[in-house]
Unconditional design. Structure first.
Length: 191
């Protein structure tokens, strides 16, 4: 049996009340599989589970995540490490081989900053999916607490961290649309 369906179900269960997060994670995996048709299972699993830490509503990182700025370095480090621990524990419970667990964990614990080519790839498809799918969530749920400038800074950061030229090109229209809508919202709220 393939490992991916187990990990996917784990993610669905973890985010059962957060459809926007499920969409982002599934689209991250979609882009990973689309852009690398011969993708290995570790990359697919990391793509769909990279934000698993966000399923802990009272976690350490969720507090700083809801404070300015979004790119709080300590929160990002915690987010990556805790997500890797969570997926590692789940995979260990499933009896998965230690070497495969370590590979998936290494991809998740670097998905915000990248590293080697596979780690950069996960970071880049995460950004692509984020830019494609998360504008409505940020406008509806985080604009009031963070303000337009911080939300735009988050979208800028997610776009600017993309290192692969093809993925950057795919993300570009989503980025431009998001920033334009955010700026329009900013101007309509500050006449």
């Amino acid at each position: 049996m393939s490992l991916y369906p187990l990990v996917h179900q784990f993610v669905l269960n973890a985010f059962r009340t957060q459809p926007a997060m499920i969409k982002h994670l599934e689209r991250t995996e979609y882009w990973a599989r689309t852009l690398r048709p011969h993708i290995d299972e570790a990359l697919r699993c990391a793509a769909v589970a990279h934000d698993i830490e966000r399923s802990e509503p009272n976690s350490e990182t969720n507090r700083p995540f809801r404070q300015s700025p979004f790119q709080n370095k300590d929160a990002l480090v915690y987010h990556q490490r805790r997500g890797a621990e969570m997926i590692g524990a789940f995979l260990h419970q499933q009896g998965i081989q230690a070497k495969l667990i370590q590979r998936i964990k290494s991809l998740i614990e670097t998905h915000e900053v990248g590293g080697d080519s596979d780690q950069d790839f996960i970071k880049d498809v995460d950004s692509l999916s984020f830019l494609e799918n998360n504008l409505a969530y940020f406008m509806e749920n985080l604009m009031a607490t963070h303000g337009v400038k911080d939300v735009i800074a988050k979208f800028d950061w997610m776009y600017e961290r993309i290192t692969d030229p093809t993925i950057r090109q795919l993300a570009h229209p989503h980025y431009l649309e998001a920033v334009a809508k955010l700026k329009t919202n900013q101007h309509s709220n500050n006449p």
